[in-house]
Unconditional design. Structure first.
Length: 359
């Protein structure tokens, strides 16, 4: 605003300083032209045309120079800049007010050409220079942004490679022990005479093999989702009641499905670990707010050495996973002495958070 005010004041001051040589119409037109000069950046061509009559007086130069600078600095074609400069040069060179009395001598013509060239070239050159500077600054900003994106991409790729390496190490170690558990369970099932003990050994071996298969699928990609929840609930054994909505795969992104699977898995694991003898209820339902997951259990009937929210990293890991997806997770004791795990996962906006998902 200070620059625009300076331009307007300069134009009016120029008119006041030269008013004795100006025609009557110019005295009235100059204040109006000065008032529209702040609009030259928005309407450069229109303001340029309005300043040409005042330039024809041979005394008022600032309005035309400011308008020509705006034309050159705007996002116009170079041909428009050349045409505007030519118009300023012609209008400023021709002595419109005293055409009959003008001495067309060589010095006068030379000075007229120099003055008109200065009025036409200097504002246009400054405008083009300012536009080139802005374009260069934009290119540099774009280059800096591109480099930052490349740096972030390189960091993400390095983190991904490290995660894959750790996942392979975990798979190799855990798969080895799970294979030994499965093998020992088969030997135990063959040597136990009790039918109940044989069945428990066979169940233990089947769980070890299933855990190894789940581990392999997890290493490859987060394949566990809503479709695998019935198997997870069935593997938890008796005392677990499930209310699972039938949801199409397109209703929930893979990241949300995998997170829901992990929440139910951790909830059931905590029930078996910390609430022996308790009955559990698993509810997975799609609502207007998103996907709601609840794992509630009753008061345990057997002894427990630790509380359900201590002794491990399961719940903190779930909170991190849910927060990365933009959801909420709440845990706590219920009035009847049980424990409740409730989560809400947004469905519509979760795809953009997939890169922040934990393992």
């Amino acid at each position: 605003m200070a620059v625009e005010a300076l331009v307007v004041v300069s134009a009016v001051s120029e008119a006041l300083a030269t008013m004795q040589w100006l025609p009557a119409w110019a005295l009235w037109a100059t204040p109006g032209v000065a008032c529209v000069l702040p609009l030259r950046r928005r309407f450069p061509r229109a303001v340029m045309l309005l300043t040409l009559p005042t330039l024809a007086t041979g005394q008022l130069w600032i309005p035309a120079m400011a308008a020509l600078h705006a034309v050159a600095a705007s996002e116009r074609r170079r041909s428009e800049v050349v045409a505007s400069s030519a118009a300023v040069a012609v209008v400023s060179f021709v002595p419109w007010q005293n055409m009959d009395d003008y001495p067309w001598t060589l010095p006068d013509v030379t000075l007229g050409l120099l003055l008109s060239g200065l009025l036409a070239v200097a504002p246009a050159a400054l405008g083009l220079l300012g536009r080139a500077r802005r374009e260069l600054a934009a290119r540099l900003a774009e280059l800096a942004l591109s480099r930052e994106r490349e740096r972030l991409y390189a960091a993400e790729q390095a983190a991904l490679r490290e995660r894959e390496r750790l996942a392979r190490d975990v798979h190799d170690t855990a798969a080895h022990h799970l294979s030994l558990i499965s093998l020992r369970s088969s030997v135990l099932a063959a040597s136990v005479e009790s039918p109940a003990g044989r069945q428990e050994a066979e169940t233990l071996g089947e769980l070890a093999r299933r855990a190894a298969a789940d581990l392999r699928r997890t290493i490859r990609r987060p394949s566990q989702g809503l479709a695998q929840l019935p198997e997870l609930v069935e593997a938890a054994g008796a005392g677990v009641r499930a209310e699972l909505d039938r949801l199409e795969a397109a209703d929930c992104p893979p990241e949300v499905q995998h997170a829901a699977y992990r929440i139910v898995q951790e909830g059931l694991a905590n029930v078996r670990r910390h609430a022996p003898g308790a009955e559990a209820t698993v509810v997975v339902r799609r609502t207007e707010d998103g996907l709601r997951i609840a794992v509630h259990n009753t008061r345990p009937t057997g002894p427990s050495r630790t509380g359900p929210d201590r002794g491990g990293q399961g719940l903190p890991g779930l909170r991190t996973r849910v927060a990365a997806l933009g959801g909420t997770l709440s845990t706590g004791l219920t009035p009847d002495g049980g424990y409740a795990l409730d989560a809400l996962l947004p469905v519509a906006d979760s795809a953009g958070a997939s890169t922040a998902q934990g393992t």
